[in-house]
Ligand binder design. Structure first.
Ligand SMILES: C[S@@+](CC[C@H](N)C(=O)[O-])C[C@H]1O[C@@H](n2cnc3c(N)ncnc32)[C@H](O)[C@@H]1O
Length: 170
């Protein structure tokens, strides 16, 4: 599945996970909303949770459109920043493994968010491929092994929200 990133460039370029993915040709960066392709936009403010139903269901596990993330600093990642055209979806409860926000729920880097979406779509190989470029990448899959497997088994967004509720209640 193609991975695209709307790249704001307001975060530390040395720590930017999207830039690293682009260096390895694993994602394409776009400098404006207009240049960014329409797709499934990973947006923590979205009302609807991402689920396997957002994938195409044509049998090969590939999604309807490309996955799109917005790479900007968390300080500037307010709702208004997510003006990209596309189907906006929030990821359900997951824990970050990156060194800046280790153990913190929902504060995922761009690569963690893209990898989580790939897992929910059943594309585990793609998730492992992009995370393999980061020393802590495998830890993300280990920390979230159970919720990712359960989200991937859900039929739709409502199911995902129900499973997420079990983790939020703990
Ligand atoms: C705010 S940026 C920070 C990126 C960071 N500078 C890096 O180097 O990876 C992280 C992006 O990942 C996606 N993301 C992170 N957590 C998410 C969540 N809970 N739901 C949906 N998307 C999420 C969004 O596209 C978000 O804008």
């Amino acid at each position: 599945m193609d991975l695209h990133v709307r790249y704001e460039g307001d975060d530390d370029p040395d720590k930017c996970t999207a830039r690293k993915l682009a260096r390895f040709d694993l994602a394409e960066l776009h400098r404006s909303d207009r240049a960014t392709p329409y797709g499934v936009v990973l947006n923590p403010h979205a009302e609807r949770a991402l689920s396997p139903a957002d994938a195409a269901g044509d049998g090969d596990g590939s999604a309807e459109g490309p996955l799109v993330a917005l790479d900007c600093s968390w300080e500037s990642a307010g709702e208004a920043r997510f003006s990209l055209p596309g189907e906006h979806r929030a990821l359900p409860y997951l824990v970050a493994a990156n060194p800046v926000n280790f153990g913190r729920p929902m504060r995922l880097t761009t690569v963690e968010a893209l990898a989580a979406a790939l897992c929910i779509f059943g594309e585990d190989d793609g998730a492992e491929r992009i995370l393999s470029k980061f020393t802590w990448g495998e830890t993300f899959l280990e920390l979230n092994e159970e919720p990712l497997r359960r989200y991937a088994d859900c039929a739709d967004s409502a199911d995902v929200v129900a499973v997420q509720g079990e983790y939020l209640d703990r």
